[in-house]
Design a protein around this ligand. Structure first.
Ligand SMILES: [Zn+2]
Length: 43
């Protein structure tokens, strides 16, 4: 499971004690959920 920067939306590999975006320097990192972007077909 990875992490996503809440500021720029880049995917990050957050390691211990390194919860910071490498791209924009943002410190708001959210956990990436595998099922959160699933589109549900409405029949
Ligand atoms: Zn960022």
């Amino acid at each position: 499971m990875g992490y996503v920067c809440a500021k720029c939306g880049k995917k990050l590999k957050a390691e211990d004690g390194n919860l910071r975006c490498l791209y924009c320097g943002g410190r708001i990192i959210i956990k990436e959920r595998p099922n959160i972007t699933r589109e549900i077909p409405t029949d």
